[in-house]
Design a protein around this ligand. Structure first.
Ligand SMILES: Cc1cc2nc3c(=O)[nH]c(=O)nc-3n(C[C@H](O)[C@H](O)[C@H](O)COP(=O)(O)OP(=O)(O)OC[C@H]3O[C@@H](n4cnc5c(N)ncnc54)[C@H](O)[C@@H]3O)c2cc1C
Length: 416
């Protein structure tokens, strides 16, 4: 059986790697190199993530096994303790903010009391009108207004009041009242996902990505423009390549328009899907101990700094500034110059698909498109393939699960 995997990002590479053990698999990739949005670029000797910052960790044992046993052995990674902060105008507090009440108390006693009162009084009935309501019920009004609502407004470029909550459970660490209180009276605070993470010893995430791609059949510089199912049930891509099965990691808002015969209704649903681009600039800095910094304030242009130099061993004074949307080099430069921490711009990039937006159309539109693709027999996979807020590890997990499904469904085809 011949399988075509559309797109050679983390998801495409992972599923191809898993299925190549048994089937004839080919990856088709538009760019000149595999890796997708997780790939780094070298700028003056610093390998940085053009699409924001990336760290690897996972709660899934099978993902860790796959990565460490099959791709890059554990001793070729170093483990880093997350040191994240939240930056307000004149001060920074440690992330997660709900465990920073002691620090906040040092400069604003009234605010610390209001956070505590509201958090402990918040009532979560598991019934949420929208994302704003979810934040208020999970964290109380003061933390919602101080951090969660302004930060999420920046990162989604959309008001949380206009967003659904279907995606959020399990994505954000939520302390219960007991652990919030424990955080007030002790120093215990950070057992949350990504409180530690791994980074390759080469100081370049491409080491992992290139190992993932090793030995795979990848056709690069190949822009997929048309997908047709012929009368024998085979898939023909660009009137050129033939497959018995295709797995797409291409964005769900684009894929239907590439498939011959997609009806107006599905194209219309695809047109409703919203996503955000992200613009980044790499800077030489004065240095910090932190791994990243969140910036919730509306009047600060950036939403996050990734201190990529602190992912390296030895560490180096470099950070990535991120802003949602497409911004010019000059906008990045002029806004960066307002912060004396950012000394010198090194590189600049705009990424197209970066964040899925979970607005009111999200659930109905994605399920209509997925039903359509499912009926056609096309598998979709990955952050934009499934139109989800997936990290690399979840893309790998989804690939492991899909590979198992395909192996089960098509075991008869092994000998063909
Ligand atoms: C700002 C930001 C920060 C992140 N931070 C982290 C983090 O810290 N940790 C973490 O684990 N994850 C992080 N992620 C998530 C991570 O980047 C993704 O989960 C992962 O890279 C998605 O891989 P993918 O293969 O699903 O998608 P992609 O990487 O988008 O792969 C899809 C591929 O399809 C190709 N393609 C598209 N159209 C066509 C076409 N017409 N023809 C041929 N090829 C095509 C693209 O070129 C691309 O290579 C972050 C993401 C962002 C945006």
């Amino acid at each position: 059986m011949k399988i075509g995997v559309l797109g050679a990002g983390i998801s495409g590479l992972s599923i191809a790697r898993l299925l190549s053990k048994q089937y004839d698999v080919e990856l088709l990739e538009r760019e000149a190199i595999h890796g997708g949005i997780a790939r780094t670029r070298d700028a003056q000797g610093i390998s940085y993530h053009v699409t924001g910052g990336h760290c690897f960790n996972t709660k899934y044992p099978d993902v860790l096994d796959f990565v460490f046993k099959e791709i890059l052995p554990e001793h070729q990674w170093h483990k880093i303790q997350r040191r994240a902060t939240i930056k307000f105008d004149n001060t920074e507090v440690t992330y997660p903010i709900e465990y920073a009440v002691k620090q906040i108390n040092e400069f604003d006693n009234d605010l610390a009391i209001a956070i505590t009162k509201d958090f402990l009084a918040s009532e979560d009935d598991n019934n949420y009108r929208n994302l704003e309501d979810w934040f208020r019920k999970k964290f109380g009004n003061t933390l919602a207004d101080l951090y969660f609502i302004p930060y999420n407004t920046k990162i989604w470029n959309c008001k949380p009041a206009d967003m659904c909550v279907d995606w959020v459970e399990g994505k954000l660490p939520i302390p219960d009242k007991k652990s919030f209180f424990k955080g007030l009276v002790s120093n215990e605070n950070d057992n949350m996902p990504h409180s530690t993470f791994y980074y390759p010893n080469t100081n370049n995430q491409n080491t992992f990505i290139d190992n993932l791609a090793k030995g795979l059949k990848i056709t690069t510089n190949y822009n997929i423009k048309s997908i047709v199912k012929n009368t024998t049930g085979q898939w023909i891509v660009n009137d050129d390549k033939r497959y018995d099965l295709i797995i797409s990691t291409l964005p769900l808002n684009v894929l239907p328009s590439l498939i011959h015969g997609t009806n107006e209704e599905i194209l219309n649903e695809a047109g409703k899907l919203k996503y955000n681009k992200v613009t980044t600039m790499l800077w030489e800095t004065t240095g910090t101990q932190n791994t990243w910094t969140y910036i919730p304030e509306a009047d600060n242009f950036f939403h996050r700094y990734i201190h990529i130099g602190n992912f390296f061993r030895p560490a180096a004074n470099y950070s990535i500034t991120e802003v949602v949307g497409e911004k010019t080099y000059d906008e990045m430069l002029q806004n960066g110059k307002k912060d004396p921490f950012l000394i010198r711009p090194v590189d600049y990039h705009v990424s197209d698909h970066a964040y899925v937006v979970f607005d009111e159309n999200y659930t109905a539109s994605t399920s209509a498109i997925k039903n359509y693709l499912n009926n056609l027999g096309i598998y979709t996979l990955g952050r934009f393939g499934e139109w989800q807020y997936y990290n690399m590890d979840v893309c790998i997990k989804s690939s492991i699960d899909l590979a198992a499904t395909i192996e089960k469904e098509y075991s008869f085809a092994l000998a063909m």
